[in-house]
Design a binder for this molecule. Sequence first.
Ligand SMILES: Cc1ncc(COP(=O)(O)O)c(C=O)c1O
Length: 428
Amino acid sequence: MKDSLDIMQRAAEVFTPALHNYYPIPVVRGEGVSVFTSDGKSWMDFSSGLAVLALGHNHPRVVAAAKKQMESLIHTGGVYFNESTVSAAEKLVSITPPGLDRLFFSNSGAEAVEGALKVARYVSGRQGILSFTRAFHGRTLGALSVTTSAAAYRMKYHPLLPSVYQVPYPYCFRCPFRQEPDSCGLCCLQDLEDTLKYKISAEEVAAIIIEPFLGEGGYFPAPSAFLVALREVCDRYGIFLVFDEVQSGMGRTGRWFASELSGVVPDILAVAKGIASGFPLSAVVARKEIMEQWPSGAHGTTFGGNPVSCAASSATIDVIREESLLEKAFSKGFQVFERLQRLSVKHPVIGQVRGHGFMIGIEFVLSDRAPDTASCKKVINYCLDNGLILINCGIERNIIRFIPPLVTNDKELDAALTIFEEGVRRLA
Ligand SMILES: Cc1ncc(COP(=O)(O)O)c(C=O)c1O
């Protein structure tokens, strides 16, 4: 592919190597589930552009809404008000968990996490923060301080924020306490309680931040019982519970937010990625009484709440509602899950399939259950060679994220699964 070489060479001349691109595919156009190169090749994008494109590429309603907004006003810079931004905020709080009805718009996931940590510290008057080992919350220094999905991400950036402590994520497939989920008695929660006893007093902790469905760290949903117990700990000590739903939100699990699966309502919520179908937009959302104690000037933004992104966001929410995409993703996701389960029974290289809706993790293992990075890579490469883009995650990169756009139809799902199944079969 000449274009591919050209663009990669030019990119190498102009970008720092710190900027990582997954695949050498020079895309010129995206439509629905697919992306296209100039020489007519196409791939089904089951990465959803890194878990962003709930409606697929260039959904006509999103394009039309953004174009219309661009014709009247592109930017406010927070200098004046605009209808598009206010209506997007109204629409967003109509889908967030009950009681979370005030927000601050920003541009990226990391910024939403920064906002969440800042409001928690500001309002509580406390400094401490607890996060979970394996979690990914972003790359800015505050977000990085609560991120431990890989030490490499933190390397050479120390010292990070002080008074941040990590406790084990309830990643039951590889339980850090070598327990089984049915009989463990939530011993990872005991570790959290010990942290509050030995390392930092509960009354000094502003927030506990968690991805209710672990993303980059391994695609693993936290057990509902754990989240319920976590809510109880936060209530007991007056600690803000922050859910980072940057990846798991906006319909990915077949619910607007993964929190709905456990019924646990956080105090503060970070939203990004799928919120505006690819336009940069994120939000930190919290209850009125929390947000009202965050006064004017305590936080700020130039581009947050951009009117074009906001128009795209409103259109995204409308389409998800009108086309019942949550319900569809939930039920189709279940069928996908069952088909992958059947595959895993025949091919023990798949150690576990887990998830909800269109947020499914497929973990590759060796016979002793150790992470099988090589097989995961082979399957991804086979799929790439056959027109299907998948991305992986986990520190050993041995977990595939099966995250098609919510608009993916049965035929496309079947085609993608057929390619994937063949990729797994060829491993044998
Ligand atoms: C759960 C979670 N939080 C935060 C982020 C950071 O988002 P961004 O890359 O938009 O800053 C990500 C990105 O993958 C994420 O998955």
